[in-house]
Write a protein that binds this ligand. Sequence first.
Ligand code: HXC
Length: 257
Amino acid sequence: MTYQFILTETRERVGLVRLNRPKELNALNSMVMEELAVALEEFDRDPGIGCMVVTGDERAFAAGADIKEMAGATTVEMVQRDAIARWDRLKRIKKPIVAAVSGFCLGGGNELATACDLIVASETARFGQPEINLGVMPGAGGTQRLTRAVGKALAMEMVLNGRFITADEALRAGLVNRVVPVEVYLDEAVKLAGEIAARAPLAVRFAKEAVNNAFESFLADGVADERRAFYMLFSTEDQKEGMQAFIEKRKPEWKGK
Ligand code: HXC
C-alpha cells in the first residue's frame, strides 16, 4: 500500500509509522488519520510485528488536527463527517504502540500521543492542548486521557489556559515514560518497542488490554460527551473567528456567541 501522508517501515519486529506533512507540522487531516489507522491495522495483523512506533519529525510530532480542514465546518457537518470515529480504530489496535515525540505535540497531536501506550520524548518536546485559543476544546480524548495521566490541576491549566509543558515537566507529571536527547529519541523509542516486541505476544496483548481497562473504564462515556461538545462548538461564532484568525495570522476577537 502506498501512502500520501505517512511513511512506514519495519525494523525487525517493530513497525514504524512516520507522519509526513512536515510543512504543516504534521497537522492531522482526515487522510493522515485514515492512513495511520490502515497502517497500524496492517502491522497489527502481521505476525512478524510485535510492537509499533508512531512518530513525526524533529520539529513536530503533530501540531493538532488540521485547522484549515475544519475551520468552516458546521456542527452538522462535523457530526456527519465524524472524523474522530477513526480514533476508535486506533484504540482497537491490539499490539502496543510507542509514541516517539519531538517538538510540538499539540491538540489532536497530544491526544494521539496519549492514546498510544507509551511515550518516549525528546528534550525538545512541548505538550499542549491549545484548542481554547481557537474557541473550541479538545475533542479526541484530551480532557479525559490527559487528565487521568497528569491529574486535574495540570490538565485544567493546559486545557483552560493553553499552557504548553516541557518534556521534563511531562516526565514529572507522568505523561511520558522517558526523556532523551533529540538525536536519539526515535532510536530509543524503537529500542523500547523492540524489547516489548521480543516478549510473549499473547501475554503482551492481554497485558496491554488489562492496563488500558484499568485506565479507561468509565472513560468511554467521558469521551462520547466530549466529542458531542466539540462538534457543538462548531455552531459558535467564536469557533469561526478563532480558526479564521489563525489562518489570517491575527489575534481572535471573542464574542461569547
Ligand atoms: C493546520 C497548521 C496547524 C494545524 C500549524 N499549521 N499547525 N495547519 N492545522 N493544527 C501550519 C501553519 O498554518 C503554517 O502554515 C505551518 O503549519 C507552520 O506553522 P507556523 O504557525 O508558521 O509555525 P510556528 O510559528 O513555528 O508556530 C508553531 C505553532 C503554531 C505554535 C505550533 O503553528 C500553532 O499554534 N499551530 C496550531 C496549534 C493548535 O492550535 N493545535 C490545535 C488544533 S485543534 P503556512 O501555510 O502558514 O506555512 C485540534 C482539535 C483536536 O487539534 C480535536 C480532535 C481531533
